[in-house]
Design a binder for this molecule. Structure first.
Ligand code: 1HA
Length: 270
């Protein structure tokens, strides 16, 4: 796993000793636009962050101070999707959104410069966003012949409200960090030179909190908008806790020992 992370071309993964994973999109020449390989590597990086118990918080960012991410690399856009080495057109970023929402750990977007198009949606699907004072936000879809009617639209409307979400998509304007803060699109704005310090400070405050409480809260807030998939995530947290209980273990043990389970002593306390 670790070796494959170090072989990445478009994404850098750094892990602090106290359990923060920093995932950086490293294509500064194109304002950190993502191509299919970038998305594949991001997917690996987020899976790694999910599976490593020592990782408790994730920072997603872009290399340099000019951009967080400018969305899909328009030069990789083919007929029906973005085309990588295998020649198959895909909209793989939609899978990445689901993965980031499902990650039972806090994901923080650390945004300097442009968070535009699909890059804007990436910061929105993060749990929190810390913005530098030079950050600029916006959608470009209707300008460049694209749109994201998934989280990019419906979740955006939950964050900023219907009128604002329609404005953002229909006019394709750019908004500065202060405007984004007023709209509730970001959690705080700090001077560029303090961006990383502030983001790590937020992470460390989260690291002091109960990981199970946070995982359940994230799942509960997702469930509100994610339908069956959201309920499945929330219920999955309940199952995870149940498996750790004596009652859950009795069921498994009885099956393996080929005997009837003895559930009689377990009572549901109100
Ligand atoms: O909508 C979706 C999807 C929907 C459903 C399912 C999947 C989806 C997947 C993706 C997307 C999208 O992301 S669509 C939206 C794609 N992104 C954009 O339309 C943004 C394009 N970029 C810009 O508008 C501007 O670059 C900028 C406002 C962010 C910054 O402008 P600025 O400061 O004038 O810089 P600029 O000169 O334009 O960019 C620097 C370099 O980066 C340029 O290259 P160069 O001329 O130096 O060779 C520029 O071409 C390149 N670049 C920037 N963004 C992209 C890009 N190259 C490819 N793709 C980009 N997105």
């Amino acid at each position: 796993h670790i070796r494959s992370l170090s072989k990445f071309e478009d994404v850098r993964v750094e892990i602090s000793s106290d359990g923060i994973a920093k995932i950086t999109i490293a294509r500064p020449a194109v304002h950190n636009a993502f191509r299919p390989l970038t998305l594949l590597e991001l997917e690996h990086a987020f899976r790694y962050a999910r599976d490593m118990p020592s990782i408790r918080a994730v920072i997603l960012t872009g290399e340099g101070h000019r951009a967080f991410c400018s969305g899909g690399d328009q030069s990789a856009r083919g007929h029906g999707g973005y085309v990588g080495d295998d020649g198959i057109p895909r909209l793989a970023v939609l899978d990445l959104h689901v993965m980031m929402r499902r990650l039972p750990k806090v994901v923080i977007a650390m945004v300097a410069g442009y968070a535009i198009g699909g890059g804007h949606i990436l910061h929105m699907v993060c749990d929190l966003t810390i913005a530098a004072d030079n950050a600029r936000f916006g959608q470009t879809g209707p300008k460049v012949g694209s749109f994201d009617g998934g989280y990019g639209s419906s979740y955006m409307a939950r964050i900023v409200g219907q009128k604002r979400a329609r404005e953002i998509w229909f006019l394709c304007r750019q908004y500065d960090a202060k405007q984004a803060l007023q709209m509730g699109l970001v959690n705080t704005v700090v001077p560029l030179e303090q961006l990383e310090i502030e983001t790590v400070k937020w992470c460390r405050e989260i690291l002091e909190k109960s990981p199970t409480a946070i995982a359940c809260l994230k799942a509960a807030m997702n469930a509100d908008g994610d339908g069956h998939s959201g309920l499945s995530q929330l219920a999955g947290e309940a199952t995870r806790l149940f498996y750790q209980s004596e009652e859950g273990k009795e069921g498994k043990n009885a099956f393996l020992e080929k005997r009837k389970p003895r559930f009689g002593s377990f009572v549901i306390e109100e």
